[in-house]
Design a protein around this ligand. Structure first.
Ligand code: NAI
Length: 335
């Protein structure tokens, strides 16, 4: 049965990278129909809001969405549409896999890490204000409920993927109440999964950052509060080739929104310069989530074949190809 997926092309290079996905999925012949929903800068001018209600309705109806990057003005203008989407749809888990792909000139050839980042609390809860003229205050919120659901999802998904080592990242030595609660709840949830894993442990975030740079092979799955997850997942993206290759997913109860980690890179918009790989890998993970595992694997094969040859790799990955040539190379290698 044809499944409808919401497609938010997004701003800047969003159309370039999501067109690449549409082309590859059409070549795969996957039974998917796209329902395009416009959000972001341009629609703001037309409709007076960067996140029209019909976008949220479309995602709620279809339950699965693929999104290109969305611009957030700095300092003034509208608030982040990305944050609004996560809040409105209660997409509480940000899942960021990091895998070394063949053909890339990487410091490490064997990275295979997943970060589960809590997506709604911590210092991102938006409880921030000025205190008098010369001070400002931001409140860090960690709840048992918010922590329990991200930990449970991380244990469930990691177990289903056959992962054996899971680590909670925190700074509970200093933030004894907030990070202490996150760490304690992780170990409480772990009781239900202790037979499925060989190692269940914790690391302080500063030590974890150093170890990920020096010995990433020691780790497998990490569960983090929002802020540490944000920082460590970009660190891990750096280990595997940078933002151009980093896929992501935002998961809620029965809802999933897949998106590349990078932004809208406006200077490359419409110029056949953008690397669509992060969006393609997000779409590949979306196909797995939807039960199209065979097509997901064929897409992965096509991507790996295209990456091996510098002539079919994009410039940010040391190649010479544009968005379209890279996409074509994938399409011709869908074995
Ligand atoms: P950015 O990720 O757009 O760009 C950072 C650097 O990486 C630039 O040099 C850019 O040209 C390059 N780059 C990024 N993606 C690329 C790709 N696919 N292919 C080739 N080069 C690529 O980050 P920046 O400049 O900080 O943000 C630009 C806009 O994007 C801002 O408005 C920001 O708020 C927004 N943004 C949106 C995100 C989202 O929708 N999830 C995430 C991050 C930023």
């Amino acid at each position: 049965m044809t499944k409808t997926v919401t497609l938010i092309p997004g701003d800047g290079i969003g159309t370039d990278v999501t067109n690449s996905v549409k082309e590859v999925i059409q070549a795969l012949g996957t039974d998917i129909e796209w329902e395009v929903a416009e959000a972001g800068e341009e629609i703001m001018e037309e409709k007076g809001t960067p996140l029209p209600e019909d976008v949220l309705e479309s995602i709620r109806r279809n339950k699965v969405a693929l999104k290109g990057p969305l611009t957030t003005p700095v300092g003034t203008g509208f608030r982040s549409v990305n944050v609004a989407l996560r809040k409105e749809l209660d997409l509480y888990a940000n899942v960021r896999p990091n895998l070394s792909l063949p053909g890339l000139d990487l410091r490490y050839k064997d990275i295979d890490l997943i970060i589960f980042r809590e997506n709604t609390e911590d210092l991102y809860a938006g409880v921030e204000h000025q205190v008098g003229k010369h001070a400002a205050e931001s409140i860090k919120i960690i709840t048992r409920e918010g922590t329990e659901r991200i930990c449970r999802l991380a244990f469930e998904q990691s177990r289903d993927l056959g992962r054996k080592h899971i680590t909670v990242v925190h700074k509970a030595n200093i933030m004894k109440f907030t990070d202490g609660l996150f760490r304690d709840v992780f170990y409480e949830v772990a009781e239900d999964y202790k037979d499925d894993f060989e190692e269940i442990d914790d690391r302080i975030v500063d030590n974890m950052s150093m170890q990920l740079v020096m010995k990433p092979e020691l780790y497998d799955v990490m569960v983090c509060p929002n802020l540490y997850g944000d920082i460590l997942s970009d660190l891990c993206a750096g280990l595997t080739g940078g933002l151009g290759v980093a896929p992501g997913a935002n998961i809620g109860d029965g809802l999933a929104l897949f998106e590349p980690v990078h932004g809208s890179a406006p200077k490359y918009a419409g110029q056949n310069r953008a690397n669509p790989l992060a969006t393609l890998l997000s779409a590949k993970n979306m196909l797995d989530y939807m039960g199209h595992e065979e097509d997901a694997q064929r897409m992965q094969n096509g991507i790996e074949a295209a990456l091996k040859n510098p002539e079919t790799r994009t410039k940010d990955l040391g190649g010479t190809a544009g968005t379209k040539e890279f996409t074509q190379a994938i399409v011709s290698n869908l074995s």
